[in-house]
Design a protein around this ligand. Structure first.
Ligand code: UGA
Length: 428
């Protein structure tokens, strides 16, 4: 098949490369010429394991990037993968996606064969009939050969390529059997190698499935953090408790790691967006509001643990880990941000270290010290806060001996309790 993918951000680049790898002819369309050139050179504009290899193999062959929408009418299906950032009130900003939807419609105005436009971006259910479908149809001069569908993406940063290739499920939100069939054709080569259930539904339900999926996972972590905070107050180990409840297969052992909370480009944005969308129809989603509240609380609890041993004012405090999770340089909504803010507001001198994310964080906090290694950050420190569970932190040992006061507050349970340090686990 010939597939056009509009938008070459995180999701767009990954799916374009993976569709090409499945044997499709792919045209990636982006307004940013630099991104287009990078893709045509066979390189990824983002850091993601396996993506460069796929692009090197397929760029210039099955994958071409361009700034023009000319290829859209000649393709069999178009995926819209444009970002939907947060507005201040938590709702999503659809403006870039709406413009791309209209431009896609415009490119299809004279197409006589049926054409499927699939929304990949995460959008709230009401925005499909209220904003996106009208944008596509008005761009296309109401050409009724165009049909709109929704195919949400469930990939994780750091394992995006393998998550695409081995999904737990595929969700096809369409308005006709023809469109469902077309999506089956797109994913057929994947399903030949990996047996995943396909959920067939309408576009709005498909979009709600994406929000429900992320809201459930974020709430699971917040619930575990809430229970974990209670464990800490009772001097109990939340991990021992969670290991036990994870044996109940209705609960499952995954996503039970308590600590400083969730961040990234998805959970915070998506939970806030579905809360805002619910409030817009006068529903108050009490559990989801609690999910956000508990998450906001965790960085402060780290500070409280620290302050039970050290006064942060004028103290040197090491912050280990800046990325929102290990194996990425992405700092979006990283818990390190509220942790550093809280330290600075208490007058601490922050010495931060991350194996890859320091550059990114230096734009946000230009005035703190960025150490070259965890050992350098710990040297002479009065306390250390572990915010990201990078593997290398679990190897730290005698580096703690160089601290002035060896208080270690672990927000991710990656440091072993050992002699010679004052160790505080956040929920254990
Ligand atoms: C998340 C979802 O896991 C994906 O399924 C989804 O497709 C994606 O959002 C998206 O909507 O695009 P991602 O943000 O890449 O993926 O990261 P996760 O690996 O899910 O981690 C999210 C956050 O939760 C991280 O800050 C992580 O440290 C934290 N976390 C995760 C915990 O605190 N405890 C856990 O047990 C698991």
């Amino acid at each position: 098949m010939h597939i056009t993918v509009i938008g070459s951000g995180y999701v767009g680049t990954t799916i374009a490369a993976c569709f090409a790898d499945l044997g499709h002819e792919v045209t990636a369309i982006d307004i940013d010429e630099e991104i287009v050139n990078t893709l045509n050179d066979g390189r990824a504009p983002i850091t993601e394991p396996g993506l460069d290899d796929l692009l090197e193999t397929h760029a210039g062959d099955r994958l071409t990037a361009t700034t023009s929408y000319d290829a859209v009418p000649d393709s069999d299906v178009t995926f819209l993968a444009i970002g939907t950032p947060s507005n201040n009130d938590g709702s999503i900003d659809l403006s870039a996606l709406e413009a791309a939807a209209e431009a896609t419609g415009d490119a299809l105005a004279n197409k006589t064969d049926r054409h499927l436009v699939v929304i990949k971006s995460t959008v709230t259910p009401p925005s499909i009939p209220a904003t996106l479908e009208p944008a596509i149809h008005s761009g296309a001069n109401e050409n009724d050969a165009i049909e709109v569908g929704m195919n949400p993406e469930f990939l994780r940063e750091g394992s995006a390529v393998t998550d695409f290739q081995q999904p737990d499920k595929l969700v096809f939100g369409t308005q006709s059997e023809w469109a469902t069939e077309r999506l089956h054709n797109v994913f057929e080569p994947l399903l030949e190698h990996h047996d995943a259930p396909v959920v067939e539904t309408d576009p709005e339900t498909a979009s709600m499935i994406k929000y429900a999926n992320n809201a459930f996972l974020a709430s699971k972590i917040s619930l575990v953090n809430d229970l974990g905070n209670i464990c800490k107050e009772f001097d109990l180990d939340a991990y021992e408790v969670m290991d036990a409840i994870g044996l109940d297969d209705r609960i499952s052992e995954r996503f039970l790691r308590s600590g400083v909370g969730w961040g990234g480009s998805c959970f915070p944005k998506d939970v806030n967006a579905i809360i805002a969308a619910a409030q817009a129809v006068d529903y108050d989603p009490a559990v989801l509001e609690g999910t956000v509240e508990v998450n906001d609380r965790q960085p402060n609890r780290m500070l409280e643990c620290l302050m039970s041993h050290v006064n942060p004012e004028d103290a040197r405090i090491a912050v280990l880990g800046l990325a929102f999770k290990p194996n990425t340089d992405d700092i979006r909504n990283s818990r390190a941000i509220p942790v550093i803010d809280a330290l600075q507001s208490r007058g601490a001198n922050v010495a931060a270290y991350d194996p890859v994310a320091a550059d990114e964080m230096s734009h946000k906090f230009p005035d703190i010290e960025y150490a070259e290694s965890a050992a350098d950050a710990l040297e002479g420190a009065d306390g250390a806060l572990v915010v990201t569970d990078w593997d290398e932190f679990s190897e730290l040992d005698e580096e703690f001996d160089a601290m002035a006061t060896p208080v270690v507050v672990d927000g991710r349970r990656c440091i072993e309790r050992r002699n010679g340090i004052i160790y505080e686990g956040l929920t254990w």
